[in-house]
Design a protein around this ligand. Structure first.
Ligand code: FNR
Length: 379
Protein backbone atom coordinates (compact mmCIF):
# COMPACT_ATOMS: atom_id res chain seq x y z
CA UNK A 1 0.00 0.00 0.00
CA UNK A 2 1.38 3.43 -0.95
CA UNK A 3 1.26 5.74 2.03
CA UNK A 4 1.37 9.45 1.37
CA UNK A 5 -0.88 11.07 3.95
CA UNK A 6 -2.25 10.67 7.46
CA UNK A 7 -5.40 9.21 5.91
CA UNK A 8 -3.31 6.42 4.38
CA UNK A 9 -1.51 5.76 7.66
CA UNK A 10 -4.86 5.63 9.44
CA UNK A 11 -6.15 3.05 6.99
CA UNK A 12 -2.97 0.97 7.30
CA UNK A 13 -3.25 1.14 11.11
CA UNK A 14 -6.89 0.06 10.92
CA UNK A 15 -5.90 -3.01 8.95
CA UNK A 16 -3.05 -3.90 11.25
CA UNK A 17 -4.41 -3.36 14.75
CA UNK A 18 -6.98 -5.39 16.66
CA UNK A 19 -10.28 -3.54 16.52
CA UNK A 20 -10.35 -2.58 20.20
CA UNK A 21 -6.97 -0.84 19.92
CA UNK A 22 -7.75 0.93 16.67
CA UNK A 23 -11.02 2.20 18.15
CA UNK A 24 -9.23 3.28 21.33
CA UNK A 25 -6.88 5.46 19.24
CA UNK A 26 -9.35 6.64 16.63
CA UNK A 27 -12.35 7.31 18.84
CA UNK A 28 -13.47 10.18 21.03
CA UNK A 29 -16.08 10.98 23.66
CA UNK A 30 -19.85 10.52 23.20
CA UNK A 31 -20.99 11.38 19.66
CA UNK A 32 -17.46 12.49 18.71
CA UNK A 33 -18.59 15.96 17.65
CA UNK A 34 -15.61 17.77 19.20
CA UNK A 35 -13.28 15.19 17.69
CA UNK A 36 -14.77 15.87 14.25
CA UNK A 37 -14.65 19.66 14.73
CA UNK A 38 -11.02 19.55 15.79
CA UNK A 39 -10.31 18.27 12.30
CA UNK A 40 -12.90 20.23 10.30
CA UNK A 41 -12.48 23.65 11.97
CA UNK A 42 -8.79 23.49 11.21
CA UNK A 43 -9.23 22.17 7.69
CA UNK A 44 -11.86 24.85 6.94
CA UNK A 45 -9.46 27.66 7.72
CA UNK A 46 -8.66 29.51 4.49
CA UNK A 47 -5.20 30.89 3.85
CA UNK A 48 -4.14 33.91 1.83
CA UNK A 49 -2.18 32.89 -1.23
CA UNK A 50 0.63 35.39 -1.77
CA UNK A 51 2.98 35.55 -4.75
CA UNK A 52 6.39 36.93 -5.75
CA UNK A 53 7.61 37.26 -2.17
CA UNK A 54 11.07 35.62 -2.57
CA UNK A 55 10.47 32.38 -0.70
CA UNK A 56 13.84 30.88 -1.57
CA UNK A 57 14.88 30.66 2.11
CA UNK A 58 11.92 28.83 3.68
CA UNK A 59 12.93 27.25 6.98
CA UNK A 60 10.76 25.31 9.42
CA UNK A 61 13.37 25.58 12.20
CA UNK A 62 12.30 27.03 15.53
CA UNK A 63 13.00 26.73 19.22
CA UNK A 64 10.74 25.82 22.12
CA UNK A 65 11.77 26.63 25.70
CA UNK A 66 15.21 27.62 24.46
CA UNK A 67 15.91 24.35 22.63
CA UNK A 68 16.36 24.31 18.86
CA UNK A 69 14.21 21.98 16.81
CA UNK A 70 13.86 21.32 13.10
CA UNK A 71 10.16 22.20 13.06
CA UNK A 72 7.48 23.39 15.49
CA UNK A 73 6.17 19.88 16.14
CA UNK A 74 6.20 17.65 19.22
CA UNK A 75 4.96 14.06 19.39
CA UNK A 76 2.06 14.20 21.85
CA UNK A 77 1.86 11.96 24.90
CA UNK A 78 -0.23 8.95 23.88
CA UNK A 79 -0.97 6.19 26.37
CA UNK A 80 -0.31 2.52 25.51
CA UNK A 81 1.94 3.42 22.55
CA UNK A 82 3.89 0.22 23.17
CA UNK A 83 0.74 -1.71 22.20
CA UNK A 84 0.70 -0.23 18.69
CA UNK A 85 4.22 -1.37 17.75
CA UNK A 86 6.92 -3.36 19.54
CA UNK A 87 8.52 -1.12 22.19
CA UNK A 88 6.50 1.55 20.41
CA UNK A 89 7.60 4.54 22.50
CA UNK A 90 11.24 3.72 21.70
CA UNK A 91 10.57 3.38 17.99
CA UNK A 92 8.71 6.71 17.98
CA UNK A 93 11.42 8.56 19.91
CA UNK A 94 14.15 7.26 17.61
CA UNK A 95 12.28 8.70 14.63
CA UNK A 96 11.46 11.98 16.39
CA UNK A 97 14.91 12.65 17.81
CA UNK A 98 16.63 11.80 14.51
CA UNK A 99 14.33 14.32 12.87
CA UNK A 100 15.13 16.95 15.50
CA UNK A 101 11.83 17.14 17.33
CA UNK A 102 10.93 16.13 20.90
CA UNK A 103 8.62 13.36 22.01
CA UNK A 104 6.52 13.81 25.11
CA UNK A 105 6.29 10.49 26.96
CA UNK A 106 2.92 9.62 28.52
CA UNK A 107 2.61 8.64 32.18
CA UNK A 108 0.77 5.53 30.95
CA UNK A 109 3.37 4.35 28.43
CA UNK A 110 4.43 0.74 28.05
CA UNK A 111 8.17 1.52 27.94
CA UNK A 112 9.30 3.41 31.02
CA UNK A 113 11.06 6.76 31.03
CA UNK A 114 14.55 5.24 31.40
CA UNK A 115 14.12 2.90 28.43
CA UNK A 116 12.76 5.71 26.22
CA UNK A 117 15.39 8.25 27.33
CA UNK A 118 18.09 5.71 26.43
CA UNK A 119 16.61 5.33 22.92
CA UNK A 120 16.46 9.09 22.33
CA UNK A 121 19.21 11.33 21.00
CA UNK A 122 17.66 14.44 22.56
CA UNK A 123 16.03 15.33 25.88
CA UNK A 124 12.54 13.89 26.38
CA UNK A 125 9.49 15.81 27.44
CA UNK A 126 7.57 13.98 30.13
CA UNK A 127 3.81 14.05 30.71
CA UNK A 128 2.40 13.67 34.19
CA UNK A 129 -1.13 12.84 35.29
CA UNK A 130 -2.56 13.70 38.69
CA UNK A 131 -2.47 10.47 40.64
CA UNK A 132 -3.99 10.02 44.09
CA UNK A 133 -0.70 8.66 45.39
CA UNK A 134 1.27 11.92 45.67
CA UNK A 135 4.38 10.21 47.06
CA UNK A 136 4.45 8.07 43.93
CA UNK A 137 4.00 11.17 41.74
CA UNK A 138 7.02 12.76 43.41
CA UNK A 139 8.95 9.58 42.75
CA UNK A 140 7.95 9.55 39.12
CA UNK A 141 8.99 13.19 38.73
CA UNK A 142 12.36 12.38 40.23
CA UNK A 143 12.75 9.45 37.84
CA UNK A 144 11.89 11.65 34.85
CA UNK A 145 14.38 14.27 35.99
CA UNK A 146 17.10 11.65 36.53
CA UNK A 147 16.42 10.31 33.02
CA UNK A 148 17.17 13.81 31.69
CA UNK A 149 13.63 14.91 30.79
CA UNK A 150 13.76 18.62 30.01
CA UNK A 151 10.13 19.74 29.95
CA UNK A 152 7.27 18.62 32.16
CA UNK A 153 3.79 18.52 30.63
CA UNK A 154 1.15 18.34 33.30
CA UNK A 155 -2.18 17.14 31.90
CA UNK A 156 -5.18 18.62 33.68
CA UNK A 157 -8.16 17.74 31.47
CA UNK A 158 -8.66 14.23 32.83
CA UNK A 159 -9.92 14.53 36.41
CA UNK A 160 -12.29 11.74 35.36
CA UNK A 161 -12.10 9.54 32.26
CA UNK A 162 -14.39 10.72 29.43
CA UNK A 163 -17.28 8.51 28.30
CA UNK A 164 -16.18 6.85 25.08
CA UNK A 165 -18.82 4.72 23.42
CA UNK A 166 -16.42 2.92 21.13
CA UNK A 167 -14.37 1.77 24.13
CA UNK A 168 -17.55 0.57 25.84
CA UNK A 169 -18.49 -1.44 22.75
CA UNK A 170 -15.05 -2.93 22.29
CA UNK A 171 -14.68 -3.85 25.97
CA UNK A 172 -11.70 -1.51 26.32
CA UNK A 173 -13.43 0.41 29.08
CA UNK A 174 -14.80 -2.66 30.81
CA UNK A 175 -13.28 -5.17 33.19
CA UNK A 176 -12.96 -7.74 30.40
CA UNK A 177 -10.51 -5.67 28.38
CA UNK A 178 -7.64 -8.02 29.18
CA UNK A 179 -9.48 -11.17 28.14
CA UNK A 180 -10.77 -9.54 24.97
CA UNK A 181 -7.30 -8.33 24.16
CA UNK A 182 -5.98 -11.87 24.04
CA UNK A 183 -8.92 -13.11 21.97
CA UNK A 184 -8.60 -10.29 19.49
CA UNK A 185 -4.85 -10.70 19.31
CA UNK A 186 -5.50 -14.22 18.00
CA UNK A 187 -7.44 -12.68 15.15
CA UNK A 188 -4.50 -10.41 14.29
CA UNK A 189 -1.48 -12.69 14.38
CA UNK A 190 0.72 -10.21 12.53
CA UNK A 191 0.06 -7.55 15.16
CA UNK A 192 0.51 -10.02 18.01
CA UNK A 193 3.85 -11.04 16.53
CA UNK A 194 5.00 -7.48 15.78
CA UNK A 195 4.11 -6.17 19.22
CA UNK A 196 5.20 -9.30 21.04
CA UNK A 197 2.11 -9.62 23.25
CA UNK A 198 2.40 -13.37 23.22
CA UNK A 199 5.91 -13.28 24.64
CA UNK A 200 7.01 -10.69 27.16
CA UNK A 201 3.88 -9.53 29.02
CA UNK A 202 3.20 -5.86 28.49
CA UNK A 203 2.76 -3.59 31.44
CA UNK A 204 2.60 0.16 31.98
CA UNK A 205 6.28 0.77 32.71
CA UNK A 206 6.17 4.12 34.54
CA UNK A 207 3.35 3.20 36.88
CA UNK A 208 4.32 -0.46 37.43
CA UNK A 209 5.04 0.18 41.16
CA UNK A 210 1.41 1.19 41.82
CA UNK A 211 -0.18 -1.54 39.71
CA UNK A 212 -0.04 -4.11 42.53
CA UNK A 213 0.87 -7.08 40.40
CA UNK A 214 -1.43 -6.20 37.47
CA UNK A 215 -0.20 -5.09 34.08
CA UNK A 216 -2.50 -2.06 34.13
CA UNK A 217 -4.05 -3.29 30.90
CA UNK A 218 -6.61 -5.75 32.31
CA UNK A 219 -8.97 -2.91 33.16
CA UNK A 220 -7.18 0.15 31.86
CA UNK A 221 -10.03 2.69 32.03
CA UNK A 222 -11.07 1.33 35.42
CA UNK A 223 -7.53 1.79 36.67
CA UNK A 224 -7.47 5.38 35.42
CA UNK A 225 -10.78 6.10 37.14
CA UNK A 226 -9.57 4.63 40.43
CA UNK A 227 -6.14 6.26 40.48
CA UNK A 228 -6.66 9.71 38.97
CA UNK A 229 -7.43 12.40 41.49
CA UNK A 230 -10.47 14.59 40.74
CA UNK A 231 -9.87 16.80 43.80
CA UNK A 232 -6.91 18.63 42.25
CA UNK A 233 -7.04 22.45 42.14
CA UNK A 234 -4.72 25.20 40.90
CA UNK A 235 -3.17 25.60 44.35
CA UNK A 236 -2.07 21.95 44.28
CA UNK A 237 0.15 22.81 41.34
CA UNK A 238 2.41 24.90 43.53
CA UNK A 239 4.38 21.91 44.76
CA UNK A 240 4.83 20.67 41.20
CA UNK A 241 6.08 24.10 40.18
CA UNK A 242 8.47 24.08 43.11
CA UNK A 243 9.74 20.56 42.54
CA UNK A 244 10.30 20.85 38.75
CA UNK A 245 13.12 23.20 37.83
CA UNK A 246 12.72 22.99 34.05
CA UNK A 247 9.89 24.34 31.88
CA UNK A 248 6.40 23.40 33.10
CA UNK A 249 3.56 23.18 30.60
CA UNK A 250 -0.12 22.80 31.53
CA UNK A 251 -1.91 20.61 28.97
CA UNK A 252 -5.65 20.62 28.45
CA UNK A 253 -6.50 24.32 28.67
CA UNK A 254 -9.42 25.52 26.55
CA UNK A 255 -10.42 28.74 28.29
CA UNK A 256 -8.54 32.06 28.55
CA UNK A 257 -9.30 32.29 32.30
CA UNK A 258 -7.59 28.95 32.89
CA UNK A 259 -4.65 30.02 30.74
CA UNK A 260 -4.26 33.11 32.96
CA UNK A 261 -4.38 30.88 36.04
CA UNK A 262 -1.58 28.78 34.52
CA UNK A 263 0.50 31.94 34.12
CA UNK A 264 -0.28 32.91 37.73
CA UNK A 265 1.07 29.65 39.16
CA UNK A 266 4.32 30.20 37.26
CA UNK A 267 3.87 27.78 34.36
CA UNK A 268 6.00 28.40 31.28
CA UNK A 269 3.47 27.20 28.74
CA UNK A 270 0.05 25.76 28.03
CA UNK A 271 -1.23 23.26 25.50
CA UNK A 272 -4.59 24.37 24.13
CA UNK A 273 -6.23 20.97 23.95
CA UNK A 274 -9.44 19.05 24.51
CA UNK A 275 -7.51 15.77 24.71
CA UNK A 276 -8.21 15.06 21.06
CA UNK A 277 -11.98 15.18 21.63
CA UNK A 278 -11.72 12.29 24.07
CA UNK A 279 -13.02 13.99 27.21
CA UNK A 280 -16.06 16.29 27.05
CA UNK A 281 -17.81 16.09 23.72
CA UNK A 282 -19.35 19.46 22.86
CA UNK A 283 -16.49 21.66 24.02
CA UNK A 284 -14.83 24.02 21.54
CA UNK A 285 -12.41 22.67 18.98
CA UNK A 286 -8.80 23.60 19.64
CA UNK A 287 -8.74 25.78 16.51
CA UNK A 288 -11.68 27.83 17.81
CA UNK A 289 -10.35 28.10 21.37
CA UNK A 290 -6.76 28.98 20.46
CA UNK A 291 -6.94 32.64 19.27
CA UNK A 292 -8.53 33.97 22.49
CA UNK A 293 -5.98 32.10 24.61
CA UNK A 294 -3.05 33.35 22.51
CA UNK A 295 -4.43 36.90 22.91
CA UNK A 296 -4.82 36.47 26.69
CA UNK A 297 -1.44 34.94 27.58
CA UNK A 298 0.70 34.82 24.43
CA UNK A 299 3.06 37.47 25.83
CA UNK A 300 3.58 35.55 29.10
CA UNK A 301 3.45 31.89 28.13
CA UNK A 302 4.51 29.66 25.27
CA UNK A 303 1.18 28.67 23.78
CA UNK A 304 1.15 25.21 22.18
CA UNK A 305 -1.88 23.48 20.69
CA UNK A 306 -3.11 20.09 19.54
CA UNK A 307 -6.22 18.46 18.17
CA UNK A 308 -7.04 17.64 14.58
CA UNK A 309 -3.60 18.27 13.08
CA UNK A 310 -3.33 15.86 10.18
CA UNK A 311 -0.87 17.60 7.80
CA UNK A 312 1.94 20.13 7.62
CA UNK A 313 -0.63 22.55 6.30
CA UNK A 314 -2.61 22.08 9.54
CA UNK A 315 0.58 22.82 11.52
CA UNK A 316 0.87 26.15 9.68
CA UNK A 317 -2.81 26.87 10.36
CA UNK A 318 -2.35 26.29 14.13
CA UNK A 319 0.66 28.62 14.11
CA UNK A 320 -1.40 31.23 12.25
CA UNK A 321 -4.01 31.01 15.03
CA UNK A 322 -1.36 31.81 17.63
CA UNK A 323 0.42 28.57 18.60
CA UNK A 324 4.22 28.49 18.84
CA UNK A 325 4.26 24.71 18.47
CA UNK A 326 1.91 21.87 17.70
CA UNK A 327 1.53 18.39 19.21
CA UNK A 328 0.73 15.43 16.97
CA UNK A 329 -1.43 12.76 18.58
CA UNK A 330 -3.29 10.37 16.32
CA UNK A 331 -1.33 11.22 13.16
CA UNK A 332 1.88 9.98 14.78
CA UNK A 333 0.43 6.81 16.28
CA UNK A 334 -1.35 5.83 13.08
CA UNK A 335 2.06 6.07 11.37
CA UNK A 336 3.73 4.11 14.17
CA UNK A 337 1.10 1.37 14.10
CA UNK A 338 1.32 1.17 10.31
CA UNK A 339 5.09 1.09 9.89
CA UNK A 340 6.89 1.49 13.20
CA UNK A 341 9.85 3.86 13.37
CA UNK A 342 10.02 4.17 9.56
CA UNK A 343 6.37 5.23 9.52
CA UNK A 344 6.96 8.03 12.03
CA UNK A 345 10.01 9.21 10.07
CA UNK A 346 7.94 9.20 6.89
CA UNK A 347 5.15 11.15 8.59
CA UNK A 348 7.53 13.80 9.95
CA UNK A 349 9.20 14.17 6.53
CA UNK A 350 5.76 14.60 5.00
CA UNK A 351 4.77 17.21 7.59
CA UNK A 352 7.95 19.18 6.94
CA UNK A 353 7.45 19.11 3.19
CA UNK A 354 3.85 20.23 3.52
CA UNK A 355 4.83 23.01 5.91
CA UNK A 356 7.42 24.27 3.44
CA UNK A 357 4.90 24.38 0.60
CA UNK A 358 2.31 26.13 2.77
CA UNK A 359 4.88 28.69 3.93
CA UNK A 360 6.13 29.37 0.40
CA UNK A 361 2.61 29.86 -0.95
CA UNK A 362 1.57 32.14 1.89
CA UNK A 363 4.72 34.17 1.36
CA UNK A 364 6.70 33.50 4.55
CA UNK A 365 10.25 32.23 5.01
CA UNK A 366 10.39 31.63 8.75
CA UNK A 367 8.17 30.21 11.48
CA UNK A 368 8.29 33.52 13.37
CA UNK A 369 6.63 35.27 10.40
CA UNK A 370 3.56 33.02 10.59
CA UNK A 371 0.67 34.88 12.20
CA UNK A 372 -2.98 35.72 11.57
CA UNK A 373 -2.03 37.86 8.59
CA UNK A 374 -1.64 34.68 6.49
CA UNK A 375 -5.31 33.80 7.07
CA UNK A 376 -7.82 34.85 4.45
CA UNK A 377 -10.60 35.67 6.88
CA UNK A 378 -10.13 37.23 10.27
CA UNK A 379 -12.21 35.35 12.81
C1 FNR B 1 -4.14 10.64 24.01
N1 FNR B 1 -3.85 11.83 24.70
C2 FNR B 1 -3.16 11.78 25.88
N2 FNR B 1 -2.80 12.93 26.51
C3 FNR B 1 -2.06 12.90 27.65
O1 FNR B 1 -1.73 13.96 28.19
N3 FNR B 1 -1.67 11.69 28.18
C4 FNR B 1 -2.00 10.50 27.62
O2 FNR B 1 -1.62 9.45 28.11
C5 FNR B 1 -2.80 10.53 26.45
N4 FNR B 1 -3.20 9.37 25.85
C6 FNR B 1 -3.83 9.40 24.62
C7 FNR B 1 -4.11 8.20 23.97
C8 FNR B 1 -4.65 8.23 22.69
C9 FNR B 1 -4.90 6.94 21.97
C10 FNR B 1 -4.93 9.48 22.06
C11 FNR B 1 -5.48 9.54 20.66
C12 FNR B 1 -4.68 10.66 22.73
C13 FNR B 1 -4.16 13.13 24.06
C14 FNR B 1 -3.02 13.57 23.14
O3 FNR B 1 -1.87 13.91 23.87
C15 FNR B 1 -3.40 14.80 22.31
O4 FNR B 1 -3.88 15.81 23.15
C16 FNR B 1 -4.46 14.50 21.24
O5 FNR B 1 -4.25 13.23 20.67
C17 FNR B 1 -4.41 15.56 20.15
O6 FNR B 1 -5.38 15.35 19.18
P1 FNR B 1 -5.10 14.58 17.79
O7 FNR B 1 -3.75 15.06 17.26
O8 FNR B 1 -5.07 13.14 18.10
O9 FNR B 1 -6.24 15.00 16.94
Amino acid sequence: MIVSSTTDFREAARRKLPRFLFDYIDGGAYAERTLARNVSDLADLALRQRVLKDVSRVSTATSLFGVEQSMPVVLAPVGLTGMYARRGECQAVRAASAKGVPLCLSTVSVCDVDEVAAASSRALWFQLYVLRDRAFMRDLLARAEAAGASTLVFTVDMPVPGARYRDAHSGMSGPNAGARRILQAMGRPQWAWDVGVMGRPHTLGNVAPVLKGNTGLEDFMGWLGANFDPSIQWKDLEWIRQSWKGPLVIKGVLDPEDAKAAADIGADGVVVSNHGGRQLDGVLSSAKALPAIADAVGDKLTVLADGGVRSGLDVVRMLALGAKGVLLGRAAVYALAARGQAGVTQLLDLMEKEMRVAMALTGVNSVSEIDRSILAETR
